[in-house]
Design a protein around this ligand. Structure first.
Ligand code: SF4
Length: 473
């Protein structure tokens, strides 16, 4: 009888073209290569310089997201690019996709959006696949039981030329999440809690598999939030076993299999979950019932804790510097800190349920005076669905800005950025110094915490904002 295997083992074994040896990494076949304007120009140039064709244009999918403005085009169709370089990057991708025969979700596509939002939406992301992209948060697609990870520009070129990648096999790390999340606590709180527990480097060299009843109870969007952030614990990738929730979410999407192919695919996908007794190199257990609304207080996602808990004492120079930069005091909770900007968006939390959760808090309330709030849907599809539900009207009536899809203030390379010293409550995934603008201070949080903080003008627990309004009613 074969030894029990983990989900990760199964994905790895199925894609290994040449196994790794002491002297050489494995050659891994790649099922889907996602491309955007920032990390692809050099790779396309390399192909051209070597006279190579793109190996599998049919397994390559491109979109515009990172350097794209999130303000609409003017009457002449001109978009407010922040720099000529940003515009040139977009034009380069458009030209490269035409030349190499790549499907690009361009400005006129009704499916354009952040690369890690549109892949799943289109059904291009499927269980059992290997997926890469020149972007760290490719780990998002692991929510579907796909081995998905970010690659560097040189590797982007390798995949374009060969549809394969040289890789050493990472170790496996099971994160069992027992129990049920308390009401008002979601995937973003849980994943920040996990990163704070295992440490910002806790997943280094590993592929995480999130498992257990609290994970199985999550929606696909929430699972994407979990896997998206796995990279922030240093992990190579994050995985969740595909199940009925996965299949129901994928069925009928444009690139998902249909008819008998769908039945065959589901039969195969069902076999991917880790076998009973499979060995993991490392395992931890997390009690979901203990998770509270969780935020970061420092300058990496591991410096996170419950919003109402005191900030721990710094234990090294880097932590001292982080607390100083963030202007937080050890021993005191950061709840109540004045907020300047609130950003709801990014490949972590810009999907419909995220926007619905934020709108629920903003409905009938106002963004506090002096606070700027941006709500940026992750894709045109999310924008359409949100507008069909009238969520954009809730946001604008509250005083927030409703934008065109894109990475926006997650990365501050497209014109959306915070000013030096401003405190941003952000639903994105990275909070290092300057990520959202030079000198800007980022607090990573859930959409609920972000929306509640916008209303209160201070870092706030959504549950208390809702309770206060109920009591006043
Ligand atoms: S939203 Fe942020 S993390 Fe996600 S793909 Fe864009 S820049 Fe990268």
């Amino acid at each position: 009888m074969n030894a029990p295997r983990t989900l990760f083992d199964k994905l790895w074994d199925a894609h290994q073209v040449v196994p790794e040896s002491d002297t050489a990494p494995a050659v891994l076949y790649i099922d889907l290569h996602l491309v955007h304007e920032v990390t692809s120009p050099q790779a396309f140039s390399e192909l051209r310089a070597r006279g190579l064709k793109l190996r599998r244009p049919d397994r390559t999918l491109a979109t515009l997201d990172h350097s794209t403005p999130t303000l609409p085009a003017d009457a002449d169709g001109h978009r407010p690019y922040t720099t000529p370089e940003a515009e040139a990057q977009v034009e380069k991708l458009q030209a490269n996709c035409r030349e190499f025969g790549v499907k690009l979700h361009d400005w006129d596509s009704d499916a354009r959006g952040i690369v890690h939002v549109i892949g799943p939406e289109l059904g291009a992301t499927q269980p059992g696949m290997t997926i890469v992209c020149g972007d760290s948060h490719t780990s998002t697609h692991g929510a579907f039981g796909a081995l998905a990870f970010g690659i560097g520009t040189t590797e982007v070129g390798h995949v374009m030329a060969t549809q394969c990648l040289l890789q050493r096999k990472p170790k496996s790390f099971a994160i069992h999440v027992d129990g049920e999340l308390p009401k008002g606590v979601g995937a973003k709180d849980l994943v920040l809690h996990i990163i704070a527990t295992i440490g910002v480097g806790g997943g280094t060299g590993h592929v995480l598999e999130f498992r257990g009843p609290a994970i199985e109870a999550l929606s696909m969007e929430a699972r994407m939030t979990m896997c998206n952030m796995s990279i922030e614990a240093g992990a190579r990738a994050g995985l969740i076993a595909p199940d009925d929730t996965t299949f129901a979410w994928l069925e009928g999407r444009p690139s998902a299999p249909r008819g008998p192919d769908w039945d065959r695919a589901v039969a195969h996908w069902t076999t991917l979950r880790s076998d009973a007794g499979a060995h993991y190199d490392r395992e931890v257990r997390i009690d979901a019932t203990l998770v509270r609304p969780t935020v970061t207080y420092g300058t990496h996602p591991g410096m996170a804790g419950a919003l109402d808990a005191p900030v721990p004492e710094a234990t090294n120079d880097q932590e001292h510097r982080a607390l100083e930069y963030m202007r937080v005091t050890a021993g005191k909770s950061i709840a109540g800190m004045p907020v300047d900007v609130v950003f709801i968006g990014s490949c972590t939390n810009s999907r419909l349920p995220d926007l619905r959760a934020a709108a629920e808090i903003l409905r009938g309330r106002q963004v506090a005076e002096g606070v700027r709030m941006l709500v940026v849907p992750g894709s045109e599809a999310v924008r359409r669905e949100a507008e069909a539900e009238g969520l954009h009207e809730v946001f604008t009536a509250a005083g927030a800005e409703w934008r065109v899809p894109g990475c926006s203030m997650c990365i501050a390379m497209n014109g959306d950025l915070a000013q030096p010293g401003q405190l941003v409550v952000s639903t994105s995934n990275r909070n290092f110094e300057g990520r959202q603008g030079k000198g800007a201070r980022t607090v990573l949080a859930s959409p609920e915490t972000a929306a509640a903080s916008a209303v209160a003008g201070r870092l706030s627990d959504a549950r208390s904002v809702l309770k206060t309004s109920e009591a006043a009613a």
